[in-house]
Design a protein around this ligand. Structure first.
Ligand code: SF4
Ligand code: SF4
Length: 343
């Protein structure tokens, strides 16, 4: 049974965590009511409210950097360049994005660059109490409530003003040390599950997603179908950039020269399995030279049962970002609808 507390507001918790951490939160990019939302460092006594909106960019770059140096070679020796972040808090991460971080924790388990950042990050999740646009987390066991092993602390909005705080990990408990907190009551706990249950029942049914996953795992989709989708893929990498579980990367050397010496920095950067060059081998043989093969590969990585033994779940957490960003109309809803209807 997790320890639960009651908060009248979030300020005191934010102020307390800020004594030992940098705090990052989702905020609007401008005062314009139509502005997008993004992750940003906050503080200096002016604590923003938690917003309901899901930001277009997930927090994956906090741990898996978009571009980073791996090592430097000065002509004689190699020197590893490990990141040295100060402790930080991601305050108010949605359940789907927490599940994606949990997924990447497994993928990058032995990656020292990812782990150096991950060890400094405290995750404060927030339960969703209303379904988001395009989201289907409840179909893929990623939300709308924060799953136990994906965060350190969880916030739940009880009644518009008060919050329940749930402690999920030893790091979460440690971070609260010195903060005077009131215990939550059994009624508060009941209210949390009522709110979550109401949210789960409010999602559209999205039956075609379940049918699509079923057909994909029965290998009942023709190659012609994938080829048709391939024609629509512009190879822009919008989906793989925004997808919180995508982890493809490549490396390249960048040379820098001074009057004293020349050195080479090996840099890692996000890549995309939808680029023509991604799987091209040194011999120039390409096992996925056609766009349709690459689109097929992407969707198998998201929904194939083959990956469940390794990750304990599908590679999709139901955030809906691919649908929101794809200019070729081959995001998850569009693809699954077409698979269910006519693949
Ligand atoms: S997909 Fe679910 S957990 Fe993610 S933002 Fe939408 S409702 Fe919340
Ligand atoms: S495949 Fe689409 S819906 Fe699934 S996690 Fe990635 S971006 Fe979100």
């Amino acid at each position: 049974m997790h320890k639960t507390y009651l908060l009248d507001s979030l300020d005191e918790l934010q102020r307390h965590l800020a004594q030992s951490h940098e705090i990052y939160q989702v905020v609007p990019q401008s005062d314009d009511a139509r502005a997008d939302y993004h992750w940003q460092q906050v503080g200096s006594g002016n604590w923003p409210d938690l917003v309901e909106q899901k930001p277009l960019q997930s927090p994956k770059s906090f741990f898996f950097a978009e571009q980073e140096p791996l090592y430097v070679f000065d002509g004689e020796t190699f020197e590893e360049v490990l990141p040295t972040p100060t402790p930080f808090v991601l305050f108010g991460v949605k359940s789907c994005d927490l599940m994606a971080i949990h997924y990447q924790d497994i993928f990058f388990e032995d990656d020292p660059y990812y782990q150096a950042r991950r060890k400094q990050g405290l995750l404060v999740g927030v339960d969703c109490v209303t379904p988001c646009e395009q989201g289907f987390c409840q179909l893929v066991n990623a939300g709308p409530s924060v799953r136990d092993d994906t965060a350190d602390l969880v916030l739940h909005p009880l009644d518009g003003q008060r919050w329940m705080l749930v402690v999920l990990s030893a790091a979460g408990k440690q971070a609260l040390h010195g903060l005077a907190l009131e215990d939550a009551s059994p009624e508060d706990l009941h209210q949390r599950w009522e709110n979550i249950s109401h949210c789960e029942q409010s999602f559209p049914r999205y039956q075609y997603i379940l049918e699509g996953i079923g057909k994909l795992n029965q290998h009942a989709i023709s190659d012609e179908f994938w080829q048709q989708l391939g024609i629509q893929c512009l190879g822009c990498s919008g989906c793989t950039t925004l997808c919180p579980t995508c982890s493809c990367f490549a490396t390249r050397p960048i040379e820098s020269a001074s009057s004293q010496q020349t050195s080479v920095t090996q840099v890692r950067f996000w890549d995309s399995c939808l680029y023509e060059s991604f799987q091209r081998e040194a011999s120039f043989h390409n096992p996925a030279s056609e766009a349709g093969q690459r689109v097929k590969r992407f969707w198998y990585h998201k929904f194939s049962d083959d990956f469940v033994p390794e990750f304990g779940r599908y590679g999709c957490v139901g955030c809906g970002r691919c649908e929101a960003t794809c200019p070729g109309v081959i995001g998850v809803h569009s693809v699954m609808k077409r698979i269910a209807d006519d693949a």
